[in-house]
Design a protein around this ligand. Sequence first.
Ligand code: RFL
Ligand code: PHB
Length: 391
Amino acid sequence: MKTQVAIIGGGPSGLLLSQLLHRAGVDSVVLERRSRDYVLGRIRAGVLEQGLTDLLRHAGVGARMDREGEIHDGFSIAVGGRELRVDLAGLTGGKTVTVYGQTEVTRDLYAAREAMDGAVITQAEDITLHDLTADRPRVTFVKDGAPHTLEAAFVAGCDGFHGVSRKSIPADILREYEKVYPFGWLGILSETPPVAEELIYARHDEGFALCSLRSRVLSRYYVQCPLDDRIEDWPDDRFWAVLKSRLPGDVAARLVTGPAIEKSIAPLRSYVAEPMRYGRLFLAGDAAHIVPPTGAKGLNLAASDIHYLSRALIACCRDGSEQALMDYSARALARVWKAERFSWWMTTLLHRFPEDGAFNHRIQQAEFDYLLGSRAAQTALAENYVGLPYA
Ligand code: RFL
Ligand code: PHB
């Protein structure tokens, strides 16, 4: 098999890239390790920046999002009995975010790729990258027991944090920066009306909690939990009781509970790999960087990578210009590090750090006090939350 761009990973990054390339007349093949149903069963992000929604429309997959997604022009932060509503639109000259699940984005992308006969090979096993610094890199894999070779001009590593792409970069070239947090998030999805129209981020002395949503009849809630907790430790009753105890009294009183239809625990981590290029391999999305979910930035960062990478690949494949590909890593990383900073900051502000002493706790309180009283501080928060521009 031959193609122009071999895309490793059929999550949102890989599918969006193949869709954008297709619309510009550049050929690609997506290789995904899991089945499509498995990929669509993962419940993850829910808050989309305007950069991502614009990109989805540009890729021709924005119609259902525009019909069913909810525009949010603010959200709240509740700490110790006080609440701050962050007026996103008012503080940023009218910018907003869209609440629409990553699962739905991925479903729309799979449907679009199928409608265009896009090559997406699922359940591809033993994917291995070869000759990444040569003119024609190769990808070998096994499908239904038979070995295959895919030859390409470029390889896009969109295979998430645990994929093979980043691991194919030699250790003496890859630099890694990492911070692991001493807690995780336990998340549930429930077919209940959301407790509020907008998201509520809450910090309580026992830990963080988040009220989010997917629609008027589908709620998404999270609580901070110890890293070694297992799902079995968290029957629904315990989850609802802990969530309520961490929310402001009036919010807890309004909460409608019901059976969890999904429940999962995610560790929190900040991670960046540099550079995002090795020879003809280009990393994008979670394959290159991870943010803790507090700032809702992971999927949005994947989107800005894909914006830069799709344009650079199109410029090279159509016009023979390599400059944008040469600039890709530095350009993407400049935006990545700003989102890393913001996500670390939101995480630090809102979680209970078990090992921290009284000093750090008072600093957290002072940070929130400052936010409450300063429009400048709120503007900085809002500007980052709606998403920094694609430079
Ligand atoms: P993905 O989604 O992990 O997709 C990678 C795909 O590659 C496949 N794969 C392989 N394929 C072939 N060969 C291999 N060897 C392979 N190894 C892996 C995998 O099966 C998978 O299908 O990465 P991608 O596309 O870069 O997308 C990134 C986003 O998924 C991620 O950043 C977000 O979900 C993060 N995130 C959030 N981001 C936001 O922007 N806003 C949010 O509100 C938000 N909330 C969240 C989140 C992530 C969470 N978890 C579970 C980590 C909330 C949570 C709880
Ligand atoms: C979600 O709805 O899953 C969600 C929302 C905001 C976040 C993280 C996750 O910061």
